[in-house]
Ligand binder design. Sequence first.
Ligand code: HEC
Ligand code: HEC
Length: 215
Amino acid sequence: MRYQIALALSLLWPAMSANADEVPYKETNSASVARGATVYGSYCALCHGSALDGKGRAARLYSPPPANLVASEKNREYKELIVRRGGAAIGRSEFMPPWDEELTDEQITDLLNYVETASLRAESVTQGETVYNTYCTLCHGPEADGKGRAAKMYTPAPANLVTSDKNREYKELIVRRGGAALGRSEFMPPWGEELSDSQIGNLLDYLDAIAAEGD
Ligand code: HEC
Ligand code: HEC
């Protein structure tokens, strides 16, 4: 039995890593995105917030407020323009400073890659929340704390997904294959047939996001 599970797992792994590549925001630019995150933290987070939602510590000093960068409808060219030249030069708030002198071209490219990646991730998290609300709330609860309406029917109880100590790979495995295949409760159903790869990717992004909020 244990051997069979190990074998099943080893067969599943390559397929799973191939799927992971399809999640849109995991593009090849990860080094640039990581550098962009650092630049963002130093120069932008104070106003635009560490979640890029426009809610930085200094945000309430400004009206109009700093833009929500993950909900922005502006394209990359526009963003580059306002980042280089500042708000005033293009008829927006003077409190959006120009960065052309301060940052190198590479830093600006990195920043734009980071903002783009964060926007795609935010979109995926929103979609994942919808998938979660449709398929998982009944057992795991609207707060994902394991307290869904049906939770008391099951022992062991549905897991608290906010405080879960399992990593993303493990979560993907149990979501795809269900509890029984991993020697856990059979009441955690397998979703690999029911949900598409992108729905599962969205779901895992959502679980990552709520786990990070719990930190
Ligand atoms: C001192 C506060 C402040 C800092 C620091 C700041 N911004 Fe802004 N930013 C603003 C404000 C305020 C606006 C909104 C301007 C408006 O609506 O007229 C804005 C708007 C923007 C927009 C336009 C988004 C849209 O949807 O229209 C982008 C892109 C942007 N900022 C990126 C950045 C980046 C990248 C950095 C770091 C290099 C940064 N900002 C640093 C205050 C700031
Ligand atoms: C019918 C009830 C039920 C539904 C619906 C359900 N689960 Fe579960 N889930 C469980 C139970 C029960 C466990 C605990 C299994 C155990 O401890 O053996 C669990 C465990 C998990 C775990 C393991 C977490 C950990 O820390 O070990 C994850 C991740 C998870 N579920 C995700 C989901 C997702 C995502 C969905 C929706 C697609 C979902 N579950 C739908 C009952 C359910």
